[in-house]
Design a protein around this ligand. Sequence first.
Ligand code: KG4
Ligand code: ZN
Length: 368
Amino acid sequence: MNTAYFTHTRSADIVLGIETSCDETAVGVVCGDKKILANVVYSQHAEHKKYQGVVPEIAARCHLQKCATVVQNALRMSNVHLCDITAVAAATGPGLIGGLLVGMQMAKSIAWSRNIPFVPINHLEAHALTARLTDNIPFPFLSLLVSGGHTQILQVNGVGDYRILGETLDDAVGEAFDKTAKILGLGYPGGPAIETRARQGQLGKIPLPIPMRGRKDCHLSLSGLKTRVRQLAQQQTTLKTTLTPTYVNNMCTAFQHSVAMSLQDRMVRAFAIFKHNTRLQNPSLQNPPFVIAGGVASNLYIRDILARCAEKHHFRFCVAPPSLCTDNGAMIAWAGIENIQTHDKMPLTTGLDTKARPRWRLEDLAHG
Ligand code: KG4
Ligand code: ZN
């Protein structure tokens, strides 16, 4: 175990962040004053496309092949030398073990060779904190984290301090987009494909349910909606042998709308629960921030509906630009900075023996 003390000023931090938890090999360089010097992403979509989903073994091999080049490119773009970097952060979980090991090993090697701290980062925490990189968002805030692997509604009290108010009981929202796209023959990743086709369809042509509407808690469930799409698509193919482009467009419009309506309904519950929880600690909290994060947050239709809903319930709606919503290295570097600054003047444990944690709940962060 290796322990380092941070004695430099906050804005002088220059952190390299490495993200390899799924199918993006990504490296970012970010300063303590929130300047993003580089954010390079190599996306493995082409490698996984023919399997219509991420194949863990292929992902790990691809990270291994690309990681060093992506680090070099990020350093070149940022115009900083390795000796200017003050710490190296890497996603150490949750995610696919093979990919996590590649990114962590690269980060540890750089940290060890430069004698600077290695900062292990929870991938979900990095998504949750990204909006603080691009906006001035104080704690506590409410966050809807919607990615390919996770869907959670969080009360973010501080760095490392999360309370899960609601989460999916089955599929993550991004996963539901990906599986629905597969049913409709739209390939991988499904989210952007469905959003594009939804713009060309008509709302009201295909009725779909709005999952979990009216439930008192704020959990989500999307597998039933996806199954309904499958049943309707099967009925259609029996009638017509193939799905017509118009049918696919209308189905995408209906699916995206149902997801957005379900998220809206769940968030209205979460707004009330968040206000209740935080009123006890801070009775004067006005217009608290509501942040959406993760890959699905780049969907403009969902953003628009949630933005209007937030305004109606007196929350300040915040979302990072799309390139910072999907997996990227800048969010890992920024989470590194947030963790370093939280441990300011305290020893930050920089364990080169840190293990990857394929499963790692945000609520467990408080307990190490
Ligand atoms: O956060 P992310 O890049 O990776 C994970 O941590 O999972 O999220 C990827 C997910 C994929 O499921 C992808 O289909 C979805 O985000 N996604 C979208 C859009 N762009 C990406 N879903 C809906 N609409 C989009 N525009
Ligand atoms: Zn992610």
